[in-house]
Design a protein around this ligand. Sequence first.
Ligand SMILES: [Zn+2]
Length: 397
Amino acid sequence: MSRLNELLQQAGNIGRNEDDSITRLGFSEKYFQALEFLKGRMQELGMQVETDPVGNLHGVLQGSDPEAKSIVIGSHMDTVMQGGVYDGMLGVTGALEVAARLKDEGRTLRHPLEIWGFNMEESSILGGTFGSRCVTGMLDPDIPGYAEKLAKFGCSPEKAKAAKRDISKYECYLEYHIEQGDKLDHTGIDVGVVSGIVSIIDYKVTAKGMSNHAGTTMMANRKDALVGMAKLIVAAEERARELNDTLVFTVGKIAVSPGQENVIPGQAVANFEMRHMDKAVTDQFYADIQAFAKEIPNCEFEFVNTSAKYSTPCDPRLIKLIDDVCTEKGISHIIMPSGAGHDANSMAHEGVPIGMIFVPSVKGISHQGDEYTKPEHIDLGADVLYQTVLKLDENGF
Ligand SMILES: [Zn+2]
């Protein structure tokens, strides 16, 4: 087993459950156990290390040029409830492998190399990407009610503010992550060069019909809101398949009222979620859904936009640099969007150029115990990360 695979298994197994999944929630005892373990490794590599006020791990390997901005690599150390070994932890241990290889080869970079292991990237009452949003100052801890939520984790608005860094000193941010989807595994391609993180747009869709007796109302006279909603979902699902091959559409939540066995549903409310890189595609898709709704008989539809997180593009120069590294090494790769959010969002949101590297998730499984990435892919992606850092250090971007 390679050094990186060994480290990943050691750190990634902290929080193992009886069913073999991993639970290492942000701010938990297991989380801090993993943090201390990785802190020790960073110190062995000669890094200056600290735990910041919100439980992020931060390490710096000094560079030779005091004027140079930092090359930053990061990811998260928390997992979801009953998650896997690889999500997040791959990026932190992969960054440590970069530092370890520099040491092996006796190289000192011109730029400082900073490594972040972020706290609570996974969704929680604090909102996703908590640790990285504190670091970039994207998080506003003074919004009403937030202090009480922070207190549940022994944290406070003061600590959240104290965690903010001067990110104008960051040259760029790189994140190495498992794909968490099935595109790479399905196509047999080894590396994904991430073009950006997709938009996530949510609509609350209400179908209105009429409640009535399930026994006495003949089929010809019904206004069944659930049937109308079902027709709309099927039409939207078919359209999503045709419109664009990276558009995804999900109805993960639906409520029917009055919700009784012997009453025709008078109302159905569903959440329509769509994800894509390109706003033109999600706009078109939404317009098509509205047009379908007008054609559905015996039902009126109402649409309310409840959330719109617009896409975050990766820096084109970093995309090219990672693409060049793969081409030079003869590694099969594609440029692809990320369907999931990442800590890189927080950096990009505050103006730091970001680049991301993906390796295949077997069968596209993530956020559960069966999450798996082959050891050879772990090492391959880390090599791409290492070569990218060397190129950045030598030639900039
Ligand atoms: Zn992750």
